[in-house]
Design a binder for this molecule. Structure first.
Ligand SMILES: [Zn+2]
Length: 459
């Protein structure tokens, strides 16, 4: 009987369980996967068109089995290209696809390749690959062969980082996917760690066909459209996709793999070591004259409640009270404000999650009220005018209880308070190239932050 979809054709009946004893275990043999190309014949015969329907069906399958990656999968822009061995990505979230590869690969396996390629982009293998190559002088400086080998090594290490836990659970491992077990390496390492711990040269020689594009290692490919080409995502759009995916994963704790959980926790972890910065601020403020009578560096010992009037020394510090002043003037971009809010979230984590100890003031030419972080559902940053952070400092110091630390995020184009505030000040400075101070007043040269402020670069 032939069903409409042919579902019952060729379906074999269950075979009886073989009675012969199982064969003795054989020694493990490491087999390098063959290239996922056809054994013979032209890769992309003339006239073969990209089967977009099949490719999109594969993407939908990927979204169905990995819903937390949906935003990223839908953000990719497909570019048909016959020079690409299989599928590859660039830093601008374009996905280059070989029509021949799509034609011969089953839909579920193609779904695995979608997830693999988008993983390179979410994990920023492009930026990390560039940094690694620069630090190890790979690519660009050597001859073409060693540069190609360096690129392949990085592509393999990046693939190890991805492939060790993304397949299974509705997503079959595509032919040719390389795993750390090929070199008897542990799973769960990062690209950089695989590069450091193992020589990948032997494997690279056998995997010459492997090419996931510059999105995997930072080295541009001849077929790529480059930064100026059509349909590329801007840095802000890329960050927005990564941010949404990371937030989605954090909201699905327990149902997403550990590797993705770790990624989501760390992807937007700001680089500033707030625990140290605030700790140093508190130590410095505690030693400063005239400071320390009116705040709570120390939690009173529990026994002091039973002995009124006697304050026993406590070994445990309470975290500092932090007032954050954010420069919301017109010269600060939206993505910088977004970055400042991520730093505020990190500050809250650094004070042990005590959001009640953190307050935020928006400040352009005038300062808004200090909004406690614990009451702000979504912090609304108000501003857009000129800049005078002095009003923000005054507002912060007028708050009761007074902050132990003031953290100001600004592009630095502001007058500063003439007197040192009676608490430690950390200034997070958005980078500005020299000579672009003020469009309206080209002669204006901003003051550098005062010496009493501890300055850290943001972004
Ligand atoms: Zn790859």
């Amino acid at each position: 009987m032939t069903g409409v979809g042919g579902a019952r054709v060729g379906r074999s009946s269950p075979r009886p369980y073989p009675m012969a004893p199982p064969p003795p275990p054989r020694p493990v043999r490491v087999t390098v996967p063959a290239a996922p190309t056809g054994p013979s014949g032209p890769e992309n015969p003339a006239g073969l068109r990209l089967d977009m329907e099949k490719l999109m069906a594969a993407r939908l399958h990927a979204v169905k089995v990995r819903p937390y990656l949906a935003d990223a999968l839908f953000a990719l822009h497909v570019v048909e290209d016959r020079a690409v061995p299989t599928m590859a990505v660039d830093a601008h979230w374009r996905c280059y696809v070989s029509p021949g590869f799509v034609a011969r690969t089953p839909v579920e396996e193609l779904a695995g390749v979608w997830v693999h390629e988008v993983s390179h982009l979410l994990r920023d293998h492009h930026g990390r690959g560039e940094r690694y190559a620069r630090a190890h002088e790979e690519g660009g400086t050597g001859d073409a062969r060693s540069s190609r080998l360096g690129r392949l090594r990085q592509n393999i290490a990046a693939d190890f980082e991805i492939n060790d836990d993304i397949y299974g659970d509705g997503l079959p491992r595509p032919t040719g996917a390389v795993l750390p077990s090929l070199l008897r390496l542990p799973t769960g390492l990062l690209m950089e760690e695989y590069l450091r711990t193992a020589s990948l040269d032997g494997l690279a020689a056998e995997l010459a066909w492997l090419d996931c594009g510059s999105g995997a290692d930072g080295e541009p490919r001849p077929w790529e459209l480059g930064p100026g080409g059509a349909h590329g995502l801007t840095r802000q759009q890329r960050d927005a996709v990564r941010f949404r995916v990371a937030e989605g994963i954090k909201g699905r704790r327990g149902t997403t793999p550990d590797g993705w959980q770790r990624w989501a926790e760390e992807a937007f972890h700001p680089p500033q070591p707030w625990r140290q910065l605030l700790g140093a601020a508190v130590r410095s403020a505690a030693g400063a004259p005239g400071v320390g009578e009116n705040h709570t560096f120390r939690r009173p010992s529990r026994r002091s409640a039973a002995l009124p009037g006697v304050v026993l020394p406590s070994l445990r510090r309470t975290p500092p009270r932090v007032c954050v002043v954010i420069d919301t003037s017109g010269s600060v971009s939206d993505s910088e404000l977004g970055g400042a809010l991520l730093e505020v979230a990190a500050i809250a984590r650094a004070v042990g999650g005590r959001r009640d100890l953190v307050s935020v003031i928006s400040c352009d030419a005038a300062a808004g009220v200090a909004v406690p972080l614990c009451r702000a559902e979504n912090i609304e940053l108000i501003g857009g005018g000129g800049t005078d952070l002095r009003s923000g400092f005054a507002r912060a110091l007028a708050a009761r209880p007074r902050p132990d630390v003031i953290v100001a995020f600004t592009d630095g184009q502001t007058p500063w308070p003439s007197a040192q505030p009676p608490c430690r000040t950390v200034v997070g400075l958005f980078p500005r190239p020299a000579g672009t101070a003020d469009e309206d007043d080209p002669d204006y040269v901003p003051d550098t932050p005062p010496a009493w402020a501890h300055v850290v670069a943001i972004g």
